[in-house]
Design a protein around this ligand. Sequence first.
Ligand SMILES: *Cc1c(COP(=O)(O)O)cnc(C)c1O
Length: 227
Amino acid sequence: MNQIAQNINELRLHIPSHVKIIAVSKTKTVPKIREAMNAGQLFFGESKVQELLEKNEQIPDAQWHLIGHLQTNKVKYIAPFVQMIQSVDSLRVLKEIDRQAVRCNRIINCLLQIHIAREEAKFGFSEREIIDILESDVLSISKNVRICGLMGIATFTDDMEAVRREFRGLASFFQRIRNEYFRNDPSFCELSMGMSDDYRIAIEEGATMVRIGSLIFGERYLLTIKN
Ligand SMILES: *Cc1c(COP(=O)(O)O)cnc(C)c1O
């Protein structure tokens, strides 16, 4: 068995079956992604639109999740095929996703990205901004986006207790808005948090999706490690 298949099988032993594994394939080649697919991996995460487009051309049978910041003017390129946009971080981009989804006659699955890290540089809504959107009529107007849940990226740190606190806070916010705003909407069920270094903590705190790159495909070069 090849290394990638071995890594995936090993991961599956540690991850409960209700948690979806998103294999983060950014910077990784098409043959490596194929190896993962041959091992039964379904979902793949990319953070850059250009790279996602090139890979989708060659591997249209993968289910692609966008996990990196999306500029409004690029939504149109991925709208025809993307399985889920996990990184919705502004009202503007949400409305554009709806507009492009209408044009493609599709429903596009989205997660709202929440800013949970201490680092300023990371993208995402505040809890207040999410509540404001939910209190407005934006979602009832945006018929072609399906809000499936929340996504968050923890602070890049060795302090695992701090990471746990961030995940716990996100999970409790997720439960709260699910109860208050999505009671009758079973599609709102996904909490995407946890990467190679912290996925176990994320699952303990309630993640339903983990985004795993290096544990499956090996380390990326240092320069790109935070992409
Ligand atoms: C790169 C990336 C990951 C995967 O990181 P690993 O540490 O390699 O598992 C997960 N989520 C996002 C948003 C990323 O950009």
